[in-house]
Design a protein around this ligand. Structure first.
Ligand code: SF4
Length: 352
């Protein structure tokens, strides 16, 4: 049985101006206490659940914390043999030593936040990493035997199709196992949200997505979810858990979990999370339980985003005819067309 664990590291060096994640640039002094609290939470909660088949350490910037401390925490997770263990990495931080410490500590996969290979676009995104470090990070991960994902973002203000194409080609040339390409979105409360002149243009983003589909497909990366492509055999198992309605524990502040049909989330700030754990209380701050119909719809809305889509028998009457061009029958399944992938949220709403 697949069972996951998400661990959140809420520290960043610098706040990217499009980012609304739960992360702080002035809390790194809490690192040691925070990781000790995560370990304590894992040791108290994980034994009541099935052994873990996939771990994802996200943030924030997990590579900001001491790698020995982080793998020590991961050592508390009861893993099945062959479990997938991914850490999100900033390319500036991933050198050969760190990659080897991760690999020796049971990490199997890293996800490198590259976003763009174009210096101008990186500035527009408010990112600071050095492009040359991307190659160093990939080589370090490869030498340590880690599977590699490269995360890209398209749609920054002023990004031309040519710049995006160059980023795709540069990412492909690094020969990672997996590439994710996300449309830049405007999140409420961010500096980007307050600056409409820099908001992405839907038509340009659509062209950029089509280009990603062509280039990545031609380079041997199979599309398997709206924003994800992989070499055969390298799909992210943890992501599949999310899209298939699977279960996973939430460790750390602001982490979300799904266990026993219940979705729940932990206290958002590191301080509240630490207070709860250190006082022996649950770090959970809220939850919701969907009824059977809500669960069924949610499951369809997540599954339609994937290559295998949803069973034709489960979609509403007239769904395929009304959404002609956006969805198509493939055997006994209904899947998104390439155009449909651009409008996946609108398609998903029609599954209610
Ligand atoms: S590095 Fe990632 S998590 Fe941190 S502020 Fe930038 S986008 Fe957000």
């Amino acid at each position: 049985m697949a069972f996951g664990l998400y661990l959140h590291v809420p520290f960043c060096r610098h706040r990217c101006d499009y980012c609304a994640f739960a992360t702080w640039t002035d809390r790194l002094h809490l690192e040691e206490r925070y990781l000790a609290a995560c370990e304590r939470q894992i040791r108290s909660e994980a034994p009541a659940h099935p052994p873990v088949t996939s771990v994802f350490v996200g943030g924030g910037t997990p590579t900001l914390v001491d790698p020995h401390r982080l793998v020590h925490v991961l050592g508390a997770v009861p893993l099945v043999p062959g479990a997938e263990v991914t850490i999100e990495c900033n390319p500036d931080d991933l050198d050969a030593d760190r990659a080897q410490i991760y690999a020796d500590g049971g990490v199997t996969r890293i996800s490198i936040g590259v976003q763009s290979m174009d210096p101008e676009v990186l500035v527009t995104l408010g990112r600071e990493h050095d492009r040359a470090n991307v190659r160093r990070a990939v080589e370090a991960a490869r030498a340590a035997g880690l599977a590699i994902n490269i995360d890209l973002v398209y749609g920054a203000a002023g990004e031309t199709l040519g710049q995006w194409e160059a980023t795709l080609e540069a990412a492909i040339a690094l020969d990672p196992h997996h590439i994710s390409a996300y449309a830049l979105t405007v999140e409420a409360g961010t500096p980007l949200a307050a600056d409409p002149a820099r908001h992405p243009d839907d038509d340009i983003q659509a062209d950029e997505y089509q280009l990603a589909t062509q280039r990545l497909g031609a380079a041997g990366y199979d599309w398997y979810e709206i924003s994800n492509w992989s070499k055969p055999g390298h799909e992210c198992r943890h992501n599949h858990l999310y899209w298939s309605g699977g279960e996973y524990l939430a460790v750390g502040c602001a982490a979300h979990g799904h266990v026993g049909g219940r979705r729940y989330w932990n206290h958002r700030t590191p301080e509240r999370y630490l207070a709860a754990i250190e006082e022996g209380r649950s770090p959970e701050s809220g939850s919701e339980e969907l009824d059977e119909d809500g669960r069924r719809v949610e499951h369809l809305q997540l599954a339609i985003r994937t290559r295998t889509g949803v069973p034709a028998a489960d979609v509403p009457d007239g769904f395929v005819d009304q959404l002609e061009g956006l969805v198509e029958r493939r055997g006994d399944r209904v899947v998104l067309t390439t155009e449909g992938r651009l409008l996946a949220n609108e398609v998903a709403i029609r599954l209610e």
